[in-house]
Design a protein around this ligand. Structure first.
Ligand code: ZN
Ligand code: ZN
Length: 259
């Protein structure tokens, strides 16, 4: 079961008049603007498009099954990455994470993928490509990371939290490899159950992660020595990685943000 035409009409009517104080420090309020069926290669989905009263960005929820009023709904928060998601760039693994999440949700009873429009960790496409370009010309990775390193985490959780409220989800199970993110989302009033790890199946393209090492500065290098940016909230965990390798990913995060 998914949203019926009647439920869709009710949601749209309700949201047309919706106004609230907003979530987070920016008081972001989003409204459901349109809903449609979206059959996909990952299963049957409905797409819910959101209007945003702050920066005009249009976010989307990809909904599988019945989620309104439901408890323990599996939820994945994905940040937009044009180069990875749409083009299949190997400079990051956003697409692997996106496809794995959609595949998992498509096979579950219900679930939601929140597609958050915060390209390049929220700094936008131009700055992200600028950082890539700096690297191509051999710039210090720290400098390149400065261009990619600022991310308003608080804001994306606030939007995600509001979207879940708009969809009338009662409680969620977050699909994440980062347990700390559960507390961050909970701070916005979302009720959270047990975490669902997102383990990416190994393929031709992500095999590099199996051979990856975290350097002193915490940057992830592939076998060719190129730096890979971790653009998603999560560390990508590929099936077959050892416990030590997963641990090294987490150390990398500390090095990047705290060092
Ligand atoms: Zn609102
Ligand atoms: Zn990416």
């Amino acid at each position: 079961m998914s949203l019926t035409p009647l439920q869709i009409q009710e949601l749209l009517d309700e949201n047309r008049a919706h106004e609230c104080d907003g979530f987070g420090k920016d008081h972001v309020c989003v409204r459901i603007a349109s809903i449609a069926e979206l059959p996909s290669r990952f299963g049957k989905f409905q797409v819910v498009a959101f209007y945003n009263n702050r920066d005009g960005k249009e976010h989307a929820a990809f909904v599988h099954g019945d989620v309104a009023g439901a408890e323990n709904v599996p939820v994945r928060m994905h940040s937009e990455c044009l180069t990875g998601d749409a083009i299949g760039s190997l400079r990051c693994d956003c697409r692997d994470q996106l496809e794995t999440a959609l595949q998992m949700i498509g096979q579950m009873q219900n679930g939601i993928l929140l597609y958050l429009r915060q390209e390049g960790r929220g700094i936008g496409l131009i700055n992200k490509i600028r950082a890539y370009g700096l690297q191509d010309y051999g710039y210090d990775t720290v400098e390149a990371n400065l261009a990619l390193g600022f991310r308003d985490d608080e804001r994306d959780y606030s939007i995600a939290a509001h979207m879940l409220m708009s969809l009338k989800v009662k409680s969620v199970r977050l699909m994440t490899n980062n347990p700390m993110k559960i507390n961050d989302l909970a701070a916005f009033g979302v009720k959270l159950g047990e975490r669902i790890p997102l383990i990416i199946p190994p393929n031709l393209y992500n095999g590099f992660y199996l051979k990856t090492k975290a350097t002193k500065s915490g940057h992830m290098l592939n076998i060719g020595g190129e730096v890979r940016f971790s653009e998603q909230i999560d560390h990508p965990v590929v099936d077959g990685m050892t416990f030590e390798q997963i641990g090294a990913l987490h150390q990398g995060e500390v090095g990047l943000n705290g060092g």
